[in-house]
Design a binder for this molecule. Structure first.
Ligand SMILES: [Zn+2]
Length: 313
């Protein structure tokens, strides 16, 4: 009797999301035998990864993305529909570098038993950035295109692992795509590295472009730190205004998906403009020049160069 009471108590304590996970686990078990059916179903955590996956997988794959264009990847709250996507996937592609820590737990608990690949797991240039909130790994590694080439390689290997019959296609598309990324990498170096030292300073909304700064010779100060959920304190705003005045910075870049409240506050206090919007954590909506990974890179680099040295652009 006592045992039965405990079971009832446990069931009553079950949250709605636990039931959803239980049902999806069962469905995932039922469909597990169809894993080699085409197209290969891939779920990515953000739109940048989704575009990379599309370029490698061609018509052999379909892709879905959990964090939509313009949404904040640092504070993603999945819906039951997202959980259904996860459990029906053949491959899940995440960034890694702690960007999706909470989501990773959810994927594990969902009953998904396929491969999860961390696209950034083999990048050649990893930044250890310590901010005051303990976010000491900067996850925005895709803004350095030498890392982007590594993302492509890692995702290609994962695709071949789950779908060996597609190896020839994946290898061919991956080679073509990496060639395009290399061209963009060289282009950005030619555009940004020759800038005079005094023209290399800029301010952005949140700390998302350190990889870009490192790879292409810029110095970036940000209003918010790695995770935009943390609000900047008075001391860091003071330091930022000092940086803006010292380097004669004329405007602050805003970012898609990031709250403009602090950007407006700093711009008003420093007496400067709010400048162009950059795309840092997700792609722009379809039809915008920044709606692909390389389109986003071209868009950001062009806007930055135009602001830093308008007279030579
Ligand atoms: Zn970010």
């Amino acid at each position: 009797m006592l045992a039965n009471f405990t079971i009832v108590q446990r069931i009553l304590k079950f949250k709605k999301s636990d039931f959803i996970i239980l049902i999806l686990s069962f469905l995932s078990f039922l469909t597990a035998n169809g894993q080699n059916d085409l197209p290969i179903r891939i779920v990515t955590t953000n739109t940048i990864l989704q575009d990379i996956v599309k370029n490698i997988g061609g018509e052999r794959i379909t892709s879905q993305c959990l964090v939509k264009a313009g949404a904040d990847a640092h504070s993603f709250d999945p819906s039951p529909a997202d959980l259904a996507l996860i459990t029906s996937a053949h491959l899940i592609v995440i960034n890694g570098l702690h960007l999706e820590d909470s989501l990773k737990k959810l994927i594990t608990n969902s009953g998904y038993s396929g491969l999860i690949v961390e696209a950034a797991s083999n990048i050649p240039n990893q930044l250890e950035v310590t901010d005051s909130y303990g976010d000491n790994i900067d996850p925005h590694a895709w803004h350095d295109l030498s890392n982007g080439i590594s993302y492509v390689q890692t995702i290609t290997e994962a695709l071949i692992e789950i779908d060996p019959d597609g190896k020839a296609l994946y290898t061919q598309l991956s080679t073509l795509y990496r060639d395009q990324i290399r061209l963009h990498h060289t282009w950005a170096k030619r555009l940004l590295l020759p800038l005079p030292k005094e023209n290399r300073y800029l301010v952005t909304s949140h700390q998302s472009l350190q990889y870009l700064a490192n790879a292409y010779g810029l110095v970036i100060h940000s209003i918010e730190e790695i995770n935009p959920q943390h609000e900047p304190d008075i001391q860091s705003i003071k330091e930022l205004i000092h940086f803006i005045r010292k380097h004669n910075i004329q405007s602050i870049f805003t970012e898609s998906g990031i709250n403009r409240k602090f950007t407006e506050q700093v711009a008003a206090e420093a007496g400067i403009h709010i400048g162009d919007k950059l795309f840092t954590d997700s792609l722009a909506p379809s039809g915008h020049p920044a709606d692909t990974y390389l389109g986003m890179f071209r868009f950001n680099v062009t806007r930055i160069r135009r602001q830093l040295h308008p007279e030579t652009f």
